[in-house]
Design a protein around this ligand. Structure first.
Ligand code: PEP
Ligand code: MN
Length: 365
């Protein structure tokens, strides 16, 4: 068997932007109590800006002895809140058993967390539990910046027959300091979009930022790059949250954040455009570097000429030579479509710099 995986994600349909544009998920990091969940959900409902209510029931924590989630009990509270608010609900699953419990409690959508996406065994176990049910599933990027691992997880879920599939970009845990909790590394979701233009991708600014004051800027960036939506953590009283207290917003603050964002026309081609632009810009960068290096080479020769003129007592400025430069270069430039005005201004600057260099050389400065 060949080692090359076969990509089937090209067949995926972007169901997110067919549902809502932008597609907005919000709710607490963790479901803590029935009151906390209901109050937060009612606040969000009032904003009329939320498509799905999120809430973590099983929390994969980096260190033990932190709050690891309320567990199965919380699924009943979610069911209740769904009835009371009319909002669809979603939670994170990390095992096949989680999937079964969610299905039993009519949870509407599921997501796979960043710490689970890294492990193909866990993702496959979830995929196996999903066989025969067509529930929307969101796959967060793995904690490490590995596009193939992210794609692999999406393919495993798709392989189970899930058609409402989407990706969540939540940033990457990398060595070294950064203002972000998880570095965005936008080029990775952009590469995912280029490979699979019809796969919906939303951004999770909460886990990228890790702090409230960066949320606006990252959310706007995601919208400008053409992401299909956002997942934002909210809590009735963020400072008292049992997990991720620094990054959660009150429903009111969430409302203001959303009001402050400029939503551009949803266009799934935007990320591809951003990617193309990036590659064109790097070509420009390379050309500019070459131009500057050539300026350096040219100036070295100017210095040599300066020394030569000094030795033989020749004046720096020679009208004929200058006229020749102007006319030959203008001809070359206008032939390839550059304007006369541009080239003559450019040559004047170049000539001034040459004269400065030669004056310096002649006076031993
Ligand atoms: C979460 O959404 O609360 C969560 C644990 O996210 P992540 O998997 O992105 O760390
Ligand atoms: Mn969280």
């Amino acid at each position: 068997m060949s080692d090359q995986p076969v990509n089937t994600l090209t067949e995926v349909q972007n169901w997110l932007n067919q549902t809502a544009s932008p597609f907005i998920i919000s709710g607490p990091c963790s479901v803590e109590t029935p009151e906390q969940l209901l109050e937060t959900a009612l606040g969000l409902k009032e904003t009329q800006k939320v498509n799905v209510l999120r809430g973590g029931i099983w929390k994969p924590r980096t260190r033990p002895n932190s709050f690891e989630g309320i567990g199965e009990l919380g699924l009943k509270w979610m069911q209740q809140v769904k009835v009371e608010t009319g909002l669809p609900v979603m939670t994170e699953v990390a095992t096949g058993e989680h999937v079964e419990l969610c299905l039993k409690h009519n949870i509407d959508m599921l997501w796979i967390g960043a710490r689970t996406t890294v492990n193909p065994f866990s993702v496959q176990e979830i995929a196996d539990a999903l066989k025969g049910v067509d529930i929307p599933v969101f796959v967060k990027n793995p904690v490490n910046p590995d596009l193939q691992l992210w794609i692999g997880a999406l393919e495993r879920i798709q392989g189970a027959g899930i058609t409402k599939l989407a990706a969540i970009h939540r940033g990457f845990s990398i060595h070294g300091s950064s203002i972000y909790r998880n570095k965005p590394m936008w080029e990775i979701p952009i590469a995912l979009r280029s490979l699979f233009p019809n796969l919906g991708i939303i951004c999770d600014p909460s886990h990228i930022c890790g702090r409230r004051d960066l949320l606006q800027q990252v959310s706007q960036r995601a919208m400008d790059l053409g992401f299909d939506g956002l997942m934002i953590e909210t809590h009735r009283n963020p400072n008292d949250a049992w997990s991720d207290a620094e990054q959660q917003l009150t429903p009111d603050a969430f409302d203001r954040l959303m009001e402050s964002l400029q939503f551009r026309q949803a266009n799934s081609a935007d990320l591809t455009v951003a990617n193309d632009l990036q590659s064109l810009r790097s070509k420009i960068d390379k050309i500019d570097e070459e131009i500057i290096a050539l300026f350096g080479d040219r100036m070295k020769i100017t210095e040599e000429i300066g020394l030569y003129k000094k030795q033989y007592g020749i004046t720096i400025f020679q009208l004929e030579r200058w006229q020749e430069i102007m006319s030959t270069r203008s001809l070359l430039a206008t032939k390839i479509g550059l304007t006369e005005e541009f080239i003559s201004k450019f040559l004047e600057q170049l000539h001034k710099e040459s004269i400065r260099t030669q004056t310096r050389v002649m006076n031993n400065e």
